[in-house]
Structures are given as C-alpha cells and as structure tokens.
Write a protein of this length. Structure first.
Length: 190
C-alpha cells in the first residue's frame, strides 16, 4: 500500500475513533472521481462548527505533528490545520463550519482504492464545487477530468446552485461563468 493510502487510513481511523464527521477532499477524491494524478498530500474536511475548533485542534496536535511553528493560531485564522501523518505525509485538515460543508460530509461515501484501503470521500459534485471555487489552474484541470470521467452522471444543477453563492461572496461571478462554459464544451463534444 502506498504512503498516501497508509496516511489516509491512519487519519480516518483516528477520526472514526473520535466519532468525528469528516471526508477526504482534494487529490484522493480526484483519484476517485476524475483523472488519476500524482498527489503528494492529503486533504480532509472535518466538521468542527464555529467556535469549537480548538477542541479538535488540540486533540489532533496530541496525535500528529504540526508542519508549522504556530499551528493553533494559524488554524484559527485560516481554518486549516497543517499536520504530518506518522509516515511523514503532509495532511491539510480544513476546519469545516458552513452548511455546505456539513452537507458535503454527510453525503460522503466510502470508496475502495485498493483491497486494503477504503476511504470516505466527498461526492463528485461537491468536489467540483470546491475545485472551481479554489480557481487555480491545477483545480480547473481537476474539474475538467471530473467532468470528462463522470459525464452525464453529474448533477450540474446542484453544482451551479452550490457554487453561485460562494462566488458571489468572493465577488468572483466569473468562476460560475467559466464552469458553465466548460460544461457546455464537454456536452457539445460528448
């Protein structure tokens, strides 16, 4: 089993023992739903709500090493805790609190990446929302891969409905326009 899957299983087991609600997002979810690509780290979304983050942060820091010198303040400010799994794999844990994040985690399902490794990942639709909102070149490549691989099985109305208010808050409505054009392009080709 490769080191990413080992680290993923370690984190998942810890979260399940704590009875925390979470799911894998990022590269591992892309492997499930999009084009298989190399990923060097693990991204998770952990539902902490707002105001209760420090309880989760402290518990995680008792078990895992931080990758930075001031992890608590950084995590509170950025809502991301930067850790290392016991095998050295980098782990980014998003401290989720929004309704969308709660619903994303609730709708996450287990996927067998190998006979020894099943991990709970977000849906393809939620992954598209996250990737489009991030609006980085690598994320758009991931979105393209997900759309190509999942095709007509994607709930495009759901994606647009979830993404639009986030882009309005970000004052970046062009992200939704870019996604619509990308979807249209693949529909015309398919």
């Amino acid at each position: 089993m490769n080191s990413l899957f080992q680290a993923g299983l370690e984190l998942q087991q810890f979260f399940l023992e704590k009875k925390w609600t979470f799911c894998f997002i990022g590269g591992l979810a892309v492997i499930r739903w999009g084009e298989v690509r190399m990923t060097q780290d693990i991204d998770l979304s952990l539902f902490t709500e707002f105001g209760n983050e420090e309880t989760y942060i402290n518990s995680l820091l008792e078990k895992f090493n931080s990758r930075i010198t001031d992890p608590i303040d950084f995590a509170k400010k950025n809502r991301v805790l930067l850790l290392s799994a016991s095998n050295g794999v980098s782990v980014d844990i998003s401290l989720a609190g929004l309704l969308f994040e709660q619903q994303m985690i609730k709708g996450a399902t287990s996927f067998p990446f190998s006979p020894e490794c099943s991990l709970i990942t977000c849906s393809a639709e939620d992954l598209v929302v996250l990737k489009a909102f991030a609006d980085r070149a690598r994320d758009w490549m991931d979105v393209e891969g997900i759309i190509m691989r999942q095709g007509n099985s994607l709930d495009l109305d759901y994606i647009i409905k979830q993404l639009t208010p986030f882009c309005e808050l970000k004052e970046a409505p062009e992200i939704v326009d870019k996604l619509r054009k990308l979807i249209k392009h693949f529909q015309e080709e398919g």
